[in-house]
Design a protein around this ligand. Sequence first.
Ligand code: PMP
Length: 433
Amino acid sequence: MNDKQINKQEIDLSYDKQHIWHPYTSMTTPIPCYPVDSANGCTISLTSGEVLVDGMSSWWACLFGYNVKELNEAATQQLAKMSHVMFGGLTHQPAVDLAKTLIEITPKGLEKVFFSDSGSVAVEVAMKMALQYWQSLGQNKTKFIALKKGYHGDTFAAMSVTDPEGSMHELYQDFVAKNYFTEQPSINFDQPWQQSAMDDLSTLLAENHQHIAALILEPIVQGAGGMHFYHPNYLKAARSLCDQYGVLLIADEIATGFGRTGKLFACEHADISPDILCLGKAITGGYMSFAATLATTKVATTISEGKAGVFMHGPTFMGNALACSVANANLKKLLSTDWQQLVFSISSQLNSQLLRCEQLPSVNKVRVLGAIGVVELHRSVDMVNIQKQFVNLGVWIRPFGKLIYVMPPYVASKKQINKLCDAIYQVCKKIDE
Ligand code: PMP
């Protein structure tokens, strides 16, 4: 590294600090950001020369790591043709191919696809679909049921179904729509099932179903709300209750979709199909912001035959051709890879290597599902300090609250997973010193 590079880095960082907002941060006391030069395979290279093993897949998105040959090629080929054309009145093969693949691989019955720009928008679209569905049927169903400790995004409708405590609700409470919240599913993924776990949802639906448009949930894994893995029977029973009470089921698989939990979609753990499905994050393999909301033919035709006659949403970058092409290449790679074996192998390694953290006094519980490993501490961590320790240990892991968690790219090597697990152990051990 020469002096010029060091200078450049310093200038960039101070400008960044003064002018650029990062996620969930203060503009006056921002947390430090590490300047990235490039990313390749399962590593992120900082401008300081350090190379970090990526434990985050850039927030669930990079299934095959960074700078992936096939995805680069798909992007450059598509760029030479067109990056984007408006989707109103125009269409293209990348969008058609992507819709075909999504319809083929997602749980059965989902046959109509709405492309949008991000996960939060996919959730907004799903909620609007549910509202318009009931409006078309002449029913006044305008509320949603969501799960406590759930998370569905940062836009207003998404916030209105995100856990109301300790989240953004408080800040915007006079503006956020009021919805119903049922208890967090109480039985863990691998615990013995008890039907009483459905009591709260069952009562809520029995008492309020006439106002409820849909139940929205993250199937099996509640992510940002606490990395909770719940029992597949909850999902199965929730599907039945929705059918019983005439309420739509929206599955938000923005984080869980495309194999992360060991099934291609987390709904498969319970063998259910939702009425509406939200996808995002890993759809383009982490290359660009893109999302999709899928609906059943019944939902789509009911909306289309209703008073409005159309579904009322149409973002500027809907069906972006560049994103569709990269998504097609990503899904082609995923489906032609033995991804299940890759996820299984990461899962086994996380299980065996993270478990020793449970012996540390700072650690409450370790849990692993698919290619997701979570170490839950007794107390919240000082994120800035812990982040620095991880960087010093050569890994990129970003904890929140009491949770230190990893969801590495599926192609991470045994050595790289080992490095992630070892760094977590070292950092947890240090907390106890
Ligand atoms: N739903 C879930 C389950 C998520 O994890 C996220 C993102 N963390 C979102 C929705 C929102 O997606 P985005 O950040 O792309 O808007």
